[in-house]
Design a protein around this ligand. Sequence first.
Ligand SMILES: [Zn+2]
Ligand SMILES: [Zn+2]
Length: 382
Amino acid sequence: MKEDYKKYADEVVQLRHYFHQHPELSNQEIETTEKIKEILTGWGIKIIPTELETGLVAEIKGESKGATIALRADIDALPVEERTDLAFKSESEGIMHACGHDLHITSLLGAIRYFNGHKNLIKGTVRFLFQPAEETGSGANQVLAKDVLHGVQAILGFHNNPNFKTNEIALQKGPMMAGCYKFEIKISGRGSHGAKPEKGSDPIVTLGEMISSLQTIVSRNINPQDAVVVSVTRVSAGSVWNIIPGEAVLGGTVRLFKLENAELVKQRLTKIAENIAAAHDQEVSVDWEERTLPIANDAALTNAVIDNLDFKVVQPILSMAGEDFATYQKQVPGVFAFVGSNGAPDAADWHDPKFIGLDETLPTGIGYFVEGALGILNYLNT
Ligand SMILES: [Zn+2]
Ligand SMILES: [Zn+2]
């Protein structure tokens, strides 16, 4: 480590515990936003006025002119009842920072503290984005809709990752986290007495066939070297034991890294649904929704970040989970990494009631933001 980021981590670790104790759900991060505002104001950091209802943007200008970049941390928590033994366990019933966004908030605060004392190192402007509502997949869209990133030439972010040790950063150009899609298939048959199926047109049998056939998309249509998931996660049909219902619904999610596979899965899914329904003289409607795009790291910026990192950089394990940081990458080139937050072989994963992100994540998170930002500014300014 070039710099002793531990010093900055020590300054924010109590804040990390505070945020962990007071988690708030997506788009309800009112006290979290207030607290961040209070801390930044106390440090004399400029807060940029925005129309965001929760979340905020701050800025530090360097002593010399240059590019403008943004560092992003998401701030929301999840509807999960915490089941850890941490001394700073959640105090809000049924809400937990089970994705470790409290570590993201405080790593960014630590980086702000660093930059505030090192304006001489900044060639240009660094904007700090505390983003709301990552967990619903809508926060980044809200930020872009309010034009908060106007003039930003590159964006840098990370997610803590309990699969890696706290001194490790996992990063590569190209894919990191999957694109996330939601689908729903509605089958319209004709209801009848359970004892007289010949009088109706049973949508449940059709639904059963569809579930099995959807499994062939990954096994028979996708290139075996590409990672794709098709999961049916919800079925609903009927309400009583002796009536065949008129309608059946199945829904689920698709995860993938290559955009061309999104088109292929959507086409196959629609064709399978339509043709199985047609074989049974039934109607079907298919709803397909893009939630988050795959994270795709800009090659040149990723190299600029890696070259300037004085940490152990390891090969990432691609995550099938989605992250709305990808939404920014549609408009602004960006780099997203995993910062190790636990590393124990049995560490609970994101969204688990027993998820534990260690305090030791903070020096690496702060260092990633600081060195990554300086690497990017250096690259953009030359
Ligand atoms: Zn999450
Ligand atoms: Zn998360």
